[in-house]
Design a protein around this ligand. Structure first.
Ligand code: DQA
Length: 148
């Protein structure tokens, strides 16, 4: 069964709980990791939870995921709006991709309204706080189950 998934978090998400609580809530990055790990275990998924502030490291993670993982859940954070390199890496990954944002990027500054990765993702979730990660894990499990 395809059950190996990776959650890739981009810049500044390591400071969850500390940064702009009105946008991102009060849970810390460690809380988020625990919540995602628990949900994945419950659904029989093997989760790797990652974060980097560095664009090239994110590209490497996405490239390496081709052989190691069956699906990617990605919050590329600020790189969502700027990174052709992350978009290109994702488009080489021929398995399910879910884009996630904690905040509603369409209700915020105009520069956040454009995502370079939405059209290479299978689907996306935004504006639902960290619950969006739980929903993404549930959806990923269904996508992988339908593939088997
Ligand atoms: C974010 C939204 C981005 O615009 C922002 O740069 C982030 C987080 C979100 O999860 O809402 O760092 O991806």
């Amino acid at each position: 069964m395809s059950n190996k998934i990776i959650i890739i978090n981009g810049p500044n998400l390591n400071l969850l709980g500390e940064r702009e609580q009105s946008q991102y809530g009060s849970h810390s990055f460690e809380d988020l990791k625990d919540i995602c790990t628990k949900k994945s275990e419950e659904l029989g998924l093997n989760l790797e939870f990652t974060q980097s502030n560095i664009e090239g490291e994110l590209v490497n993670l996405i490239q390496d995921s081709r052989k190691d993982f069956d699906g990617i859940i990605i919050n590329a954070a600020a790189f969502t709006h700027t990174s052709v390199a992350i978009r290109d890496a994702l488009s080489i990954f021929k398995k399910p991709i879910i884009e996630i944002h904690i905040s509603n990027i369409y209700k915020r500054e105009e520069f956040r309204h454009n995502s370079l990765i939405s059209d290479v993702a299978t689907g996306g979730i935004f504006g639902l706080g960290i619950d969006g990660y739980i929903l993404a894990i549930i959806s990923m499990q269904k996508l992988l189950k339908n593939e088997d």
